[in-house]
Design a protein around this ligand. Structure first.
Ligand code: G3H
Ligand code: ZN
Length: 284
């Protein structure tokens, strides 16, 4: 099945009242784990690469590996840039085969964020691709982007209405209490704020920093309009757990395939569990 856009998979998710998992990838094993899990679950899926992933693997490797995985699959796959921070970078991704980009202008003022996001939207839409915008500041650290938890600013519903109307984005990432990375305690999500934003804004809402968010909170967030859920940290932890187990149990092992192979299975188990929780299993 060919690549699809974020707009298409999220429109289906809206009609079916479920969310689609967006999983971060950096290498071949992670791509295979995501696509195989999606195939086995018959779930639409979003593979996303951050700036850190593109720096690590190179844009050509990421797009080629994902294209190879998609070629032999029969489920809808979106290839999405996660937390893009420049116009040039978003355009480069679209040129290389991404079908969707996130422009993260959350470090700017509202006016600057709208203007910079609009610029990306105008070109991406003209080419038939989708754009995710962000309003408010999501705490924690992801690759190069770090926001001190005290400075994490929740999304203002009134600003969200204006941001969506004036920027023209297809999906909106909100800050409602989640954070990138591992949580120290249990994350408390501001559901009243999410409810208000969902009533004001008529596009799908994106939940970042979803690793470690309890299942009940995830279900509630989906009831309140979240249609794309980002998972990175839990895949990193699964990968590391898999590798550590092999290395600890077989210190003499030196075949990379035997060291990394089990990590792929650990990641697949996590991804399938998330797809069932998000309600997207069986929807492809
Ligand atoms: O953009 C990616 C995500 O927001 C991932 O967050 O590492 O907490 O799963 P996470
Ligand atoms: Zn994020």
């Amino acid at each position: 099945m060919p690549f699809v856009t974020l707009r298409e998979v999220l429109a289906d998710a809206e009609r079916g009242s479920y969310a689609v998992g967006a999983f971060n990838t950096n290498n071949m094993e992670i791509v295979q784990a995501i696509v195989e899990a999606a195939e086995e679950e018959r779930a639409p899926v979003i593979l996303q690469a951050s700036q850190g992933a593109l720096k690590y693997a190179g844009i050509r490797y990421i797009t080629a590996i994902v294209a190879a995985a998609v070629e032999s699959s029969s489920i809808p796959v979106v290839l999405h840039l996660d937390h893009g921070t420049s116009f040039e970078q978003t355009m480069l991704c679209l040129k290389h085969g991404f079908t969707s980009v996130m422009f993260d202008g959350s470090k700017y003022s509202l006016d600057e964020n709208i203007a910079a996001t609009r610029k990306v939207v105008d070109v991406a839409h003209a080419m038939g691709f989708s754009v995710e915008g962000e309003l408010g500041k999501i705490g924690g650290t992801e690759d190069d982007i770090s926001v001190d938890e005290r400075d994490a600013l929740f999304t203002d519903p009134g600003e969200a209405e204006r941001f969506v109307r004036e920027s023209g984005v297809d999906a909106l990432a909100v800050a409602i209490g989640t954070a990138h990375g591992t949580y120290k305690g249990e994350p408390k999500l501001d559901f009243n704020r999410l409810d208000t934003i969902n009533k004001i804004v008529d596009i799908p809402i994106v939940l970042h920093g979803a690793s470690g968010v309890p299942a009940d909170s995830v279900r509630r967030a989906i009831e309140l309009g979240v249609r794309k859920i980002n998972i990175d940290t839990e895949l990193r932890l699964a990968f590391t757990r898999g590798v550590q187990q092999v290395v600890q149990n077989n210190p003499g092992e030196y075949d990379p395939r035997k060291i990394i192979g089990p990590a792929k299975e650990e990641m697949k188990a996590i991804i399938k569990g998330k797809m069932r929780l998000f309600g997207c299993s069986g929807k492809a």
